[in-house]
Write a protein that binds this ligand. Structure first.
Ligand SMILES: Nc1ncnc2c1ncn2[C@@H]1O[C@H](COP(=O)(O)OP(=O)(O)OP(=O)(O)O)[C@@H](O)[C@H]1O
Ligand SMILES: [Zn+2]
Length: 482
């Protein structure tokens, strides 16, 4: 069976077909950077990371863009509390984001656009919406006129009439925004500057963009008018993604995305884990308690990506057990092959029943739990053979067959972002293994990427003090012990 995916837009599972053959353009609505990421964010990031890896495994060339919302009331509130600036708060949590996600083995996106770097594109879009009669200025704000867009509600299945009936007794006529809108469901594209807040010049007066318009502008700037996959958490279907469609499609007259994919929520006692509700566990808290980052990946991947999952100690314990099983299998190959087995050429993956079963499972709407069954089976087999080898001096299955099974396991685990290396020997002088140094170099790169040069320098100095020199070049960073 070829890949089929559940499309929120059609409410059906559909064959996956890209606009351009062999290429996937994918956008994921990333985090609002005003705090550390919690496990809900981890789930979203892991799910879309693995979807991207799987599409690459199938042979697609994937262009993956993920935004940072770096202007928002919540960021401004935090900046006020800390007597800091919006920029400083955003910078700090973008840096923390890169650190946390590197720990979880999330591949970096091809681009990380930010709202504050997209102001021109945002203004252009608002201007076009205004010209086409979908937007109107009002006392320094600009609003989107939802009644003008005939398809409004097509993603979430909500009809304005029904929403209106449901909301009539909840409308707050004293709300200053309400007074500026022609219709209570109209939403802000541009907000007039408030004293002391960051603002940009615009044809409608100084102000800042609304949240929904930034994604429409970033998708268009970075990927074009129609993309293949637009992804995010199910909490974004309404209003965020509904509004993105209304904005983009009103301007271009083309579908914004072919497939709208949504991950289920991580919940705590039945409620969405969220910064606003205060019921969250951050990624760093959890890892600080000694939970293996790979177990966090399994916590996410052991459930179908669209179903809600409960965050409990039992669930983390089950994921940790699962990880130990897979890790045992991954490490077994080092003993079975005396550390000499290479990673394979790719030839071992053709006409391979394990690969076929894995793909068959995952092709059914990214059924990663189904794919994992194949990994567990392989891992247990390899671990068992390793024990037999240790006790009896030879294996039950021919060694060449085990080699192929191990290479298959390593490749399929990598598709899910699961990796394990035998413990590397530490250097006697500096107490660091080569892998430790590579890890620090990666963290330094993440810091520099987030423009946290102080942290980058700190890591370089830490290594220098231990007698390790870094040499930066356009090809990357090399290192040597002095
Ligand atoms: N509990 C959760 N489970 C799964 N995905 C989540 C959860 N919370 C947020 N996400 C997803 O993470 C991404 C970034 O979310 P964002 O920064 O907007 O957080 P948020 O929804 O405002 O969170 P909070 O309510 O905690 O502030 C979005 O795609 C969102 O859908
Ligand atoms: Zn978005």
């Amino acid at each position: 069976m070829a890949l089929t995916v559940y499309n929120t837009l059609s409410r059906r599972q559909e064959p996956f077909q890209t606009v351009e053959p062999g290429k996937v353009k994918m956008y994921y609505c990333g985090v609002t950077v005003y705090d550390y990421c919690h496990l809900g964010h981890a789930r979203a990031c892991i799910v879309w990371d693995v979807v991207r890896r799987y599409l690459q495994f199938l042979g697609y060339e994937v262009r993956y863009v993920q935004n940072f919302t770096d202007i928002d009331d919540k960021i401004l509130k935090r900046a006020r509390q800390e007597h800091s600036s919006m920029e400083a708060v955003a910078e700090r949590f973008i840096q923390a984001y890169f650190e946390d996600m590197a720990q979880l083995g999330i591949k970096e996106a091809d681009e990380y656009p930010r709202a504050t770097h997209t102001i021109n594109g945002i203004q252009r879009l608002i201007h076009e919406l205004e010209n086409k009669g979908f937007a109107y200025p009002s006392a320094g704000d600009v609003y989107y006129a939802v009644r003008q867009f005939a398809d409004y509600g097509k993603l979430s299945g909500r009809r304005l009439e029904d929403m209106q009936a449901g909301a009539s007794d909840r409308v707050n006529v004293d709300d200053p925004e309400y007074q500026k809108k022609k219709d209570p469901f109209d939403f802000a594209l541009w907000k007039a500057a408030r004293p002391g807040e960051p603002a940009w010049k615009s044809p409608w007066g100084a102000g800042r963009p609304g949240w929904h318009i930034e994604c429409s502008a970033m998708v268009r700037d970075r990927l074009g008018e129609t993309i293949d996959i637009h992804a995010g958490g199910a909490d974004l279907i309404f209003p965020h993604h509904e509004n993105e469609i209304a904005q983009s499609e009103a301007v271009t007259g083309k579908p914004l995305a072919t497939y709208w994919l949504h991950n289920g929520m991580v919940k705590v006692d039945g409620e969405k884990m969220s910064k606003s509700l205060g019921n969250f566990t951050t990624i760093r808290d959890l890892l600080g308690r000694g939970v293996d980052p790979m177990a966090v990946r399994l916590f996410v991947l052991m459930a179908q990506y669209r179903t809600p999952i409960d965050f409990t100690d039992e669930a983390i314990a089950a994921a940790t057990n699962g990880w130990h099983t897979i890790k045992d299998g991954l490490l077994a190959g080092w003993e079975l092959g005396n550390g000499e087995w290479g990673l394979g050429t790719g030839k071992e993956l053709t006409s391979n029943p394990y690969v076929e079963r894995f793909t068959e499972a995952v092709n059914d709407d990214f059924n990663f739990p189904g794919g994992l069954t194949v990994l567990f089976e392989l891992a247990k087999k390899l671990h068992r053979e390793r024990n037999i080898l240790l006790h009896e001096g030879k294996t039950e299955t021919p060694i060449e067959e085990l080699k192929i099974q191990w290479q298959t396991l390593v490749t399929l685990a990598e598709v899910l972002g699961l990796t394990a290396q035998p413990e590397a020997p530490k250097n006697e002088q500096d107490g660091l293994s080569d892998a430790d140094i590579e890890d620090l170099i990666q963290r330094r790169q993440a810091a520099r990427k987030a423009r946290n040069f102080a942290e980058g320098d700190r890591i370089r100095n830490e290594l220098q003090a231990k007698g390790i020199t870094l040499i930066d070049s356009p090809q990357g960073t090399r290192w040597h012990r002095n």
